[in-house]
Ligand binder design. Structure first.
Ligand SMILES: Cc1cc2nc3c(=O)[nH]c(=O)nc-3n(C[C@H](O)[C@H](O)[C@H](O)COP(=O)(O)O)c2cc1C
Length: 384
């Protein structure tokens, strides 16, 4: 029987196991989005993952909706990311960059005052953290991109992809989930356009597909490019009336692109991330529900699942061929050696979400979670 700890061939990359460190925004970059040294330490600590997917990283500054999240749009950022990828590779790991343009999600307070852009002028009805005012409603000053401007944004993804390769990453995951810019084009609620990027399901998928083509062009190989989707989630002010119609078309088109993988996050997991009860997740039955079946049936390639997984759930999903690779998010925050802990049946340290985010000098709650072996040697040094 296939095991989480078996090797997996992802295109030309050999992953030593099927345990993936999921993309997680931690707000540890400088205010201008330059990665910091503590980020290199953090990712290198987690190098035994089959694959690391970096936190969401913006291709152009307007896409920095949150404070202190990194970019890959300048030479300084590229160079700083190089120290991260070098640190991961030195420990024998592999790392993809997650490319995240937040679109209308966020506030211009967080990106140096640039007007935020979207498929629409409608604001995202959600809240955002700012250093200046704490939690505030997301911006209501959203610019609807003209058709020409959409092409310029797509070009910015291309430029960022060139830098991503130069920075030594092993590939790119396009973030087309969670209500960010590509999702603002995919959604039949957010996208009311009547140009080449809206009007029909196919046209709503056009932005995502064109960006992916640009990433492939920049990389020279489709097998180093993945995409994350989250059909039917309610998050960051996004909603979809008929996700089946949109994602049937999108998955058909993704098949043609011959990507490294499609990753998804279950709708339920976003509720659980928000700390609410999740009555639908019952012992080991997670894989019976949308979108596991929906994506597996339509998509021919590698599928990465995420959302409230445990070792047991992931192993069961693998045994039933519901997905190929399995993301662990929060468990990776608090267990740098998650693979070893699961392989040996060692206890998994619960995460302290109160310390999930923080400024560039904040290693507490970030780099101070010990490995199991360090814990046993009395070297645990978590600060309260
Ligand atoms: C602190 C935090 C930050 C996250 N940031 C991102 C992100 O930047 N991009 C993304 O695609 N998902 C992000 N996620 C979602 C995770 O990648 C993952 O899909 C989710 O946490 C579900 O997995 P889990 O239940 O194992 O935590 C984030 C989750 C957490 C907890």
């Amino acid at each position: 029987m296939a095991s989480l700890f078996d090797e997996f061939q992802l295109g030309d990359l050999t992953l030593p196991n099927r345990v993936i460190m999921g993309p997680m925004t931690r707000a540890k970059a400088t205010p201008g989005g330059v990665p910091t040294a503590i980020m290199a330490t953090h990712y290198a600590q987690r190098a035994s993952a089959g694959l690391i997917i970096s936190e969401g990283t913006w291709p152009e500054r307007r896409g920095q909706g949150y404070c202190d999240i990194p970019g890959i749009a300048t030479q300084e950022q590229e160079d700083a990311w190089r120290t991260v990828t070098d640190a991961v590779h030195a420990k024998g790991g592999r790392i993809f960059l997650q490319m995240e343009h937040t679109g209308r999600v966020g506030h211009e307070i967080n990106n140096g005052g640039l007007q935020m852009v979207s498929s629409t002028t409608e604001r995202a009805d959600f809240f955002i953290y700012t250093h200046e005012h704490g939690m505030i409603p997301m911006t209501d000053n959203v610019h609807e991109l003209t058709t020409d401007e959409v092409h310029e944004v797509i070009e910015s993804y291309y430029q960022a992809a060139v830098r991503t390769k130069a920075a030594g990453f092993d590939g790119i995951e396009l973030h087309a989930a969670s209500g960010y810019l590509p999702h603002q084009f995919l959604s039949d609620v957010a996208n009311g356009r009547d140009d080449e990027f809206g009007g029909t399901a196919r046209k709503r998928t056009e932005f995502t597909v064109r960006v992916l083509r640009k990433l492939i062009e920049a990389w020279g190989s489709s097998k180093r490019i993945g995409v994350k989707i989250s059909p039917n989630i309610l998050f960051n002010g996004i909603s979809e009336d008929r996700p089946d119609a949109t994602y049937s078309v999108l998955l058909d088109r993704l098949n043609e692109l011959d990507l490294a993988y499609v990753a998804f996050q279950t709708p339920e997991s976003l509720r659980s991330l928000a700390g609410k009860d999740n009555p639908e997740i019952v012992d080991g039955e997670i894989w019976h529900r949308y979108p596991y079946e929906f994506i597996r049936e339509r998509y021919d390639g590698v599928v990465i699942a995420s959302g409230d997984l445990t070792q047991e759930l992931a192993q069961n999903a693998l045994a039933h061929d519901k997905a190929d690779l399995f993301v662990f998010g929060r468990a990776y925050m608090s267990n740098p050696d998650l693979v070893e802990r699961m392989r040996h049946g060692w206890p998994v340290t619960p995460v302290d979400m109160r310390r999930a985010y923080g400024s560039a000098d904040a290693e507490a709650g970030y780099n101070d979670y010990p490995t199991y072996e360090e814990e046993m040697a009395g070297q645990g040094h978590i600060t309260a």
